[in-house]
Ligand binder design. Sequence first.
Ligand SMILES: Cc1cc2nc3c(=O)[nH]c(=O)nc-3n(C[C@H](O)[C@H](O)[C@H](O)COP(=O)(O)OP(=O)(O)OC[C@H]3O[C@@H](n4cnc5c(N)ncnc54)[C@H](O)[C@@H]3O)c2cc1C
Length: 385
Amino acid sequence: MALAGPDVKLTDDQIALIDAVRDFARGELLPLDRKWDEDESSVAEVLPQLAEMGLMNLVIPEDYGGLGCDYCTYASIIHEIAYASPSAAVTLSVHNMVGKILAANSNNDEKIQWVREWGTPGSFAAFALSEANAGSDAAAVSTKIVEDDEGFWLTGEKMWITNGMHARWFLTLGRLEGAPKGEDLVAIWVDGNESGISRDKICGKMGIRGSETAVIAFDNVFAPKANLIGERGDGLKVFLSTLNEGRIGIAAQACGIAEAAFDEMVSYAKQREQFGKPIGKFQSISNMVADSAVELAAAKLLIWEAAMGVDEKRLAPLAASMAKLYATEAANTIADRAVQIHGGSGYVREFRVEQLYRDARVTTIYEGTSEVQRIVIAREYLGRL
Ligand SMILES: Cc1cc2nc3c(=O)[nH]c(=O)nc-3n(C[C@H](O)[C@H](O)[C@H](O)COP(=O)(O)OP(=O)(O)OC[C@H]3O[C@@H](n4cnc5c(N)ncnc54)[C@H](O)[C@@H]3O)c2cc1C
């Protein structure tokens, strides 16, 4: 079922794109996703196909050769991809959000050229914010940036970087040496081909094992002046400029996982028989199906409301946090129920619910934990006490 409800009016073009993505994801990505989970290999092997479908260029304006998707369509696409491959969904979500930041800050020829090339596998990008001691507290980053006449020199270590093993570009947050405290955070566009960069794959993840996660070490890595994104001192603002969109993207990813788990639970509940009847006839099982159906529908409505807020240029931190909190928690609950309904079969790799249960887990952690979303939501009502 699509992310949009039956009464939502989408254009024929939007519907055609979402349908094409659904067919591609379920036909091509699903079997690969099972393999990526098994051997911890990377989604990066399908970058050429993703690029060909336009999926690496979703939010770049049409003037620059992108698809110029509105955010409702974008969220629907991430949802369809996540239904088949939660790993591919987060890979694309991060790449597209970095592209959106670049496009919004392209104030010179170099940046405009990178935006024009955005839809190609060679433009693959990462969002390098987190560090060992800077997670929820993003402003605590310690990557050092020294500026001289030539440009910027970066030294530090970034943790948990999605797309980190193959990314050509790293949007990187660091502290400018010599700048006054509070005005020293700077966003730099780092070319992954520069010398001094080392990439270490983080292995042994619980879920989304096809999505690359890496530690990126910068040892006096150079970036020309033209690679400054935004103004000196506005680094965190640049990074947080797509926060709402990013959170809606992860909510859509979680919703895709939840929908896949829901479909698996329904099909198993109809087909598995115990005591001479399908287990779906037992009220404790049908209650789990009913509760999951309601939560899935509620998650979709919250995501849709938040995505419409972005499209209509209504600032939507509350809606984005509500959608992210609710959809990601619901995905975990629904995947857990799907495992329970499968009994012993839900506990082994052969059945997809085992993977969906693991894949769902990270969604309440990245792009702001559930605890952080609750802080954002409560602050709307309580203010900063
Ligand atoms: C698979 C994966 C991919 C990721 N990809 C990226 C990426 O591409 N780029 C990137 O920059 N980062 C990425 N991250 C990092 C992710 O954003 C952080 O893990 C997340 O923000 C939480 O930070 P932390 O792990 O340091 O946990 P911490 O911030 O240390 O939090 C630990 C616990 O304390 C709680 N907590 C923290 N502060 C508060 C508070 N004020 N009030 C109440 N509770 C609080 C948290 O909710 C959590 O439960 C990724 C992480 C993972 C696991």
